[in-house]
Design a binder for this molecule. Structure first.
Ligand code: TYM
Length: 373
């Protein structure tokens, strides 16, 4: 990855991402201990994603919690672009959104951008996307959101409401702003040029449907942030509050460098993978370990570059002492890469078993969650 200039947009993340630099570039704030403390107090526990620094930045998250504390309605908004099976990376913002929903008892609006993925993917048909939309919704339900408080909608299936707001947003966004924000060119199709208004629209959906003031918080990875610049710009012009945001880093793929991305399937753990598939991908994961066992014992490994350690640290090992022990053993040559891979594979297999069971049960519950016209 060295030598590739880093760039983060909603449609591409390339190069080595420097998160401190992104904070400056996007004009967001780092999540500090005070905010983490306040959030954890409301939730009753510090989420491991906060402890391990996976959620790292925000926009006006403190103001959003002020709204909650002052009795203003707070709601959550997040989404998924259904262009393939869900992978572990997508799950990060959703797991965290559930934590927020539980902590604040907030309603959640969940947008499926079936229009976006049709417009942007040269090879996907509307039928392909309809299939992925259904499959992805099962994964979303399997995360455990409250059916009373969670409304999932697809842009094509709920277009009357979304398009209605989107046209009002779009009227205030020039092509020049859209080009600068999203990198559109002369050859971009006109559908995708309008699309940022469709993704901004749900920031105001609750207010429109319920005819009440609400403060919206968007949990997502940092790649989606450009949309919220547009939404925040337009909000006061339409008479709404600006949405707040809370942003995660990307979990990497199993290869050397780069975020987990479905475009490199062999480095991705899909939630639909069989146990055997997941185990085999983990076996081939990049660790940066020494070429021989003897050298590994002599020189030790480098957890700082190891993807297997990264997954254990970020997602699969909650015990602080256990993580510290693995880190130390690796550095001093006390543990071989194969052992760490086996440890991770066990945890991933058990996670997939549980998720796929909940996913199966979700089939009969889809209607409970869907917003229809
Ligand atoms: P999509 O489907 O690409 O991604 C869904 C969510 O997953 C996050 N994400 C990741 N998080 C951690 N590690 C990764 N490797 C990783 N890859 C993706 C994304 O940031 C996103 O939060 N256009 C959007 C769909 C959308 C949306 C929204 C997302 C519509 N409205 C509101 C967030 C909030 C998309 O295609 O996301």
């Amino acid at each position: 990855m060295q030598g590739v200039e880093a760039s983060v947009t909603p449609w591409e993340v390339k190069g080595e991402v420097d998160y401190d630099q992104l904070i400056t570039q996007f004009g967001v704030e780092p999540l500090n201990d005070e905010l983490i403390g306040r959030l954890s107090k409301h939730a009753g526990a510090v989420h491991p994603f906060l402890k391990r620094g996976l959620f790292f930045a925000h926009r006006e998250f403190g103001d959003w919690m002020n709204s909650y504390e002052n009795g203003t309605r707070v709601v959550l908004y997040t989404g998924r672009g259904p262009s393939g099976q869900t992978h572990l990376g997508h799950l990060i913002p959703w797991i965290f959104t559930k934590y927020l929903q539980d902590a604040f008892g907030a309603e959640l609006y969940f947008q499926m951008t079936d229009d976006e993925k049709y417009l942007i993917s040269p090879d996907l048909t509307r039928e392909d996307i309809a299939g992925y939309t259904y499959e992805n919704i099962l994964d979303i339900i399997a995360v455990g959101f409250d059916p009373q408080k969670t409304k999932i909608f697809t842009n094509l299936g709920y277009s009357r409401h979304i398009y209605n707001i989107a046209t009002r947003v779009a009227k205030h966004v020039t092509f020049s702003t859209a080009k600068a924000t999203f990198g559109f060119t002369e050859s971009s199709n006109i559908g995708i040029i309008f699309f940022p208004a469709m993704q901004s629209a749900p920031c105001f959906l609750h207010q429109e449907l319920e005819k009440e003031d609400a403060h919206v918080l968007i949990p997502c990875a940092i790649d989606q942030e450009p949309y919220w610049r547009i939404a925040r710009d337009v909000a006061p012009k339409l008479g709404y509050r600006k949405p707040a945001g809370i942003y995660s880093k990307f979990i990497p793929g199993l290869g050397k460098g780069g975020k987990m991305s479905a475009s490199i399937p062999e480095t991705c753990i899909f939630l639909s993978d069989t146990e055997a598939e997941a185990r085999s991908k983990i076996k081939d994961a990049f660790t940066g370990g020494q070429p021989t066992i003897r050298e590994q014992k002599e020189k030790g490994g480098d957890p700082g570059v190891c993807i297997v350690y990264n997954y254990l640290f970020s997602l699969f090992e909650e015990e602080d002492t256990k993580v510290a022990e693995i880190c130390n053993l690796c550095r001093t040559g006390g543990i071989m890469c194969g052992e760490c891979k086996r440890m991770l594979a066990e945890k991933v297999a058990s996670f997939l078993r549980d998720h796929q069971k909940r996913r199966g049960e979700a089939r009969s519950r889809v209607e409970q969650f869907l917003l229809r016209e």
